[in-house]
Design a protein around this ligand. Structure first.
Ligand SMILES: Nc1nc2c(c(=O)[nH]1)N[C@H]1C(S)=C(S)[C@@H](COP(=O)(O)O)O[C@H]1N2
Ligand SMILES: [Mo]
Length: 264
């Protein structure tokens, strides 16, 4: 130090307290499963802050730090994601009834989509840029799954979804499967994006049915992308557009600080 520290004691104390509470926050964030990088034992907070080049001195740098940790975490999760490893499946008797509704609004505010006017737009890095009507989508090859949906808000539930394997749909629309992301826009203000490896995973289904019936409004009519390998918030409902891209599209919760990869 070549300049003497002239800060009044009070200011020193408060900045020390700030720093402590910031570190407590950072530690709590790191202990959230979605922030975890291979488990905390591998990297300490100090090690992470060196890796990410952030010093934790104010809210802004803590946010930058956590975003950097989250991006490292995305890469670590993408690295350890096994594109063929299957999520557990369950029996009909294990289905959670009633299956919970969740969104960033109440069930009464779920968007009502008119099935006759509805067209799914497929755009971006695909050779077959076009729109799809519901009867066309319903005619695609059919698959079913009974899997567990895990929400970061602290609940999980087993449900039964029916639809078409997303990998075969992507191939049908001539998607560039070497691209990085598939992005989704929804009939509410929700949006999401996923990595291509998950998009091509055998259990990733574009679903039009819940428990053998047409997907009701609350569960995402006319379609929900169902991925048992990802946390609930990564599964977009009421999809109206999907696009293949190499530009990071973010997502509704990701843009508010949640981890993007969101593996479960
Ligand atoms: N369009 C849209 N999709 C969404 C959401 C939303 O608010 N809007 N919420 C997500 C979250 S956080 C969860 S847990 C699941 C809930 O799906 P469910 O209502 O079928 O249980 O939807 C996900 N997809
Ligand atoms: Mo969720």
């Amino acid at each position: 130090m070549n300049t003497p520290d002239k800060k009044p004691a009070r200011r020193m104390l408060s900045s020390q307290l700030d720093r402590e509470s910031i570190l407590i926050d950072a530690r709590r964030e790191l202990s959230m499963p979605s922030r975890r990088l291979f488990g905390r034992q591998l990297l300490t907070l100090g090690g992470l802050s060196m890796l990410t080049g952030c010093s934790l001195t104010d809210d802004k740098s803590v946010n930058a730090f956590l975003t950097a940790v989250s991006r490292l975490n995305d890469r670590a999760q993408a690295f350890i994601f096994d594109p063929q490893q299957l999520a557990p499946t369950y029996t009909e008797a294990q289905i959670t009834r009633p299956f919970p509704f969740n969104a960033f609004y109440d069930v009464d505010s779920a968007p009502v989509v008119d099935p006759t006017d509805y067209r799914l737009k497929v755009s971006g890095l695909v050779t077959g840029q076009r729109t799809w009507s519901l009867p066309e989508l319903y005619a695609l090859p059919h698959a079913e799954q009974i899997t567990r949906h895990i929400c970061v808000e602290g609940w999980s539930a087993i449900g039964r979804w029916g639809g078409t394997p997303f990998a075969s749909f992507l191939r049908r629309v001539g998607a560039d499967t070497s691209a990085k992301y598939v992005g989704f826009k929804c009939a509410d203000d929700y949006y999401e994006s996923i990595d291509m490896a998950t998009a091509l995973h055998p259990q990733t289904l574009l679903t039009f049915e819940y428990d053998g019936e047409r997907l009701p409004t609350k569960y995402g009519f006319p379609m929900k992308l169902r991925m048992p390998t990802k946390l609930g918030y990564k599964n977009p409902k009421h999809i109206v557009e999907m696009f293949v891209t190499n530009t990071f599209p973010g997502g509704y919760w990701v843009d508010q600080g949640y981890n993007w990869f969101g593996g479960s």
